[in-house]
Design a protein around this ligand. Structure first.
Ligand code: SF4
Length: 295
């Protein structure tokens, strides 16, 4: 079948959504297996075993790995020389509608005032499209698909710390958010922490760190990398465990910190949770419509 560029873009995004909701990325699977091996709470271990079986079953059946297929978010990075820039927004909406029927995805897009569900995961500012920069040298379009579960989104939060308190505020904010969240974000979670910048930038950094960064990667700033390890130890020491079942090895799989320079008078600390169903897919579309999908 010969598809024109726009049709190929729709197909690429539907395929990316399918890959994201059916297959868990390998770094997340490995981290869940490690948590299972290291967890001493029998109740948490039983939940981790059920999660791992569920992941296997989803792959075998080609079915979504969680009934909540999330709020669909696209991070778009433009290649300046990509020939289909004018189609991008309409492609993302059309692909979301198509994927909702074909995969299927649960319709999760609701009017905030009336509670009415659009039925196809679209609506005002839905799907969420985040324009994530331009690569002047590139002729390709890069889209990261993130179907993010409602449970993890529900407990994501923002603190405005006292600037003079510094690093102590970060530890306090993360622990407070994790304690308040409890089992709601379906632990083990990946916790993104966005520090500094403005309130909106801090949350943007936190959400990207929670959803896109691979588990096992180290932050290039050694101070931040050490902070991440310390925060992960502190979070797991809280003993919430997988699905709130207790245990010291499965409250979180990773803590990812990102930061930006801030105004001297402000100290935003954003905490974004990602649940164990940490779904994502990286789509790259070439000018001829051919594409690759990675996780
Ligand atoms: S928070 Fe994640 S694992 Fe829990 S129900 Fe929602 S999508 Fe599924």
């Amino acid at each position: 079948m010969n598809l024109n560029l726009r049709e190929s873009m729709v197909k690429a995004v539907v395929d990316g959504l399918r890959k994201a909701v059916v297959y868990l990325p390998i770094d997340v699977k490995n981290a869940l297996k490690k948590a299972y091996e290291e967890e001493s709470s029998l109740a948490a271990k039983a939940h981790l075993e059920a999660i791992l079986k569920n992941v296997e079953l989803a792959e075998r059946l080609g079915a979504p790995l969680c009934q909540d297929t999330g709020i669909i978010t696209f991070y778009v990075r433009l290649g300046a020389r990509f020939p289909g820039i004018q189609y991008i927004e309409s492609v993302l909406v059309e692909a979301t509608r198509k994927a909702t029927v074909e995969i299927p995805l649960r319709p999760n897009s609701v009017d905030p005032f009336t509670g009415l569900n659009s039925g196809d995961n679209t609506g005002r500012f839905a799907p969420v499209i985040i324009w994530d920069g331009v690569n002047l040298e590139s002729d390709s379009l890069e889209i990261v698909v993130v179907p993010k579960g409602g449970g993890s989104e529900y407990v994501s939060t923002l603190y405005m710390a006292v600037p003079s308190k510094g690093i102590e505020s970060i530890e306090e904010a993360v622990l407070d958010a994790v304690i308040k969240a409890g089992a709601m974000p379906c632990p083990p979670t990946i916790i993104g922490v966005g520090i500094g910048g403005t309130v909106d930038l801090a949350m943007h950094l936190a959400k990207k760190a929670a959803t896109i960064r691979k588990i096992g990667s180290r932050h290039p700033n050694p101070f931040v990398a050490e902070l991440e390890e310390k925060l992960l130890r502190m979070v797991n020491d809280l003993g919430i465990g997988a699905m709130g079942m207790g245990g010291k090895a499965s409250t979180a799989l990773a803590v990812h910190v990102e930061y930006a320079y801030r105004h001297p008078a402000t100290y935003p600390i954003a905490i974004a949770f990602q649940c164990w169903a940490a779904r994502r897919a990286f789509i790259t579309i070439k000018p001829d419509g051919s594409y690759t999908i990675e996780q």
